[in-house]
Design a protein around this ligand. Structure first.
Ligand code: HEM
Length: 304
């Protein structure tokens, strides 16, 4: 079985740096490949976790080992006009470690090396908040698969195109915390479908709860009597910008892209059901789909 990139499913460092880039006109792919090789060596030498995540057209330029059903992020809109806009790029460089300084240094060297061949579209610096809290104070990650099932849930299985790689959804959600903290504790808990104190799952899931949209089960979503399906592994962390913008940098991995699309369509009420109450207080400012090729595919395609 091909192996995942080492920085992908490992424990999160306390600091993250996300840089999205796209090729410029006339970009020289060999310059980009060489810079990616240098970035991988640099991160390894400095103890920084790295994941190289490719958009559909960039992946096809790098390798023939392209997974089935890998699409650009389309953007989503609810019937009442809530929008998750699509901002697909070629490449997401994700570095994370306990050393913010080294995260900066590694991504800075890379973007300098590709200057003139790739343009930075956007970047976000994020961090772990207490015991993996979203800025609302709710624990984020409780429903993740157990660590010994992460590989099975996140990686394309052996024998399929893209084996050992992971589909990824990356979004920067912007929170309206004034709105959220104006809700009663009951309403906050019903919004997610879990308690605030210890992330216990509520027995009754209201139709607008987050879990009623994302806890995919055989049969009805969030029907706890049925087995889960299309499970994903999340590694999301908060961010705060100097202008006061705050929110969650959402990162999720799955062995197929369809369950990620299905969840987004449900969150935005595009399946004929009520949209997720999450969208009352948070809106993604960016969104893209990537694929993290296996270490072996990356080695071969970069000539490492
Ligand atoms: C502002 C954005 C978001 C916030 C603050 C948020 C927060 C949460 C919280 C608090 C939970 C319950 C605890 C846990 O299991 O982690 C949860 C569960 C979950 N969320 Fe989100 N979430 C967000 C966006 C999304 C998106 C965009 C997706 C999928 C595309 C998603 C997928 C999931 C899944 C799969 C679960 C676990 C369901 C289960 O238990 O099976 N979330 N989220």
């Amino acid at each position: 079985m091909p192996t995942p990139q080492p920085g992908l499913l490992t424990a999160l460092g306390s600091h993250q740096w996300y840089v999205h880039l796209s090729r410029t006109d006339g970009a020289d792919l060999s310059v980009i490949k060489s810079a990616l090789n240098d970035l991988r060596a640099d991160c390894q030498a400095q103890g920084v976790n790295l994941a190289v995540l490719c958009g559909p057209s960039f992946l096809a330029a790098l390798t023939d080992d392209v997974p089935d059903d890998f699409l650009d992020y389309p953007g989503y809109e609810s019937p009442d006009g809530k929008v998750a806009k699509g901002t697909q790029e070629d490449l997401l460089v994700w570095v994370h470690s306990d050393r913010k300084d080294r995260n900066w240094a590694t991504q800075y060297s890379f973007r300098t090396a590709v200057a003139g061949h790739m343009a930075v579209a956007r970047e976000t610096i994020a961090w772990v908040y207490e015991n993996s809290l979203d800025l609302t104070g709710f624990i984020d990650g409780t429903g993740n698969p157990d660590p010994d099932r992460e590989v099975e849930c996140a990686l394309v299985p052996d024998g399929k195109p893209g084996a050992g790689g992971a589909f990824c959804i990356a979004q920067r959600w912007v929170h309206d915390l004034d709105y959220f903290f104006g809700l009663s504790l009951d309403d906050q808990q019903n919004l997610f479908g879990r308690t605030k104190a210890d992330s216990s799952r509520l027995d009754t899931q209201v139709p607008t709860s987050h879990l009623s949209h994302v806890e995919l089960r055989d049969g009805a979503t969030a029907d706890a009597s049925k087995p889960k399906r299309g499970e994903m592994v999340r590694r999301s962390t908060p961010y705060a910008m100097p202008d006061g913008t705050v929110g969650l940098y959402f990162m999720g991995f799955c062995r197929e892209q369809a369950p990620l699309r299905e969840r987004m369509e449900a969150i935005y009420g595009m399946n004929g059901k009520p949209r997720d109450a999450l969208t009352d207080y948070s809106t993604p400012a960016s969104g893209s789909f990537y694929f993290a090729p296996s270490k072996e595919t990356l080695d071969a395609s970069l000539g490492a």
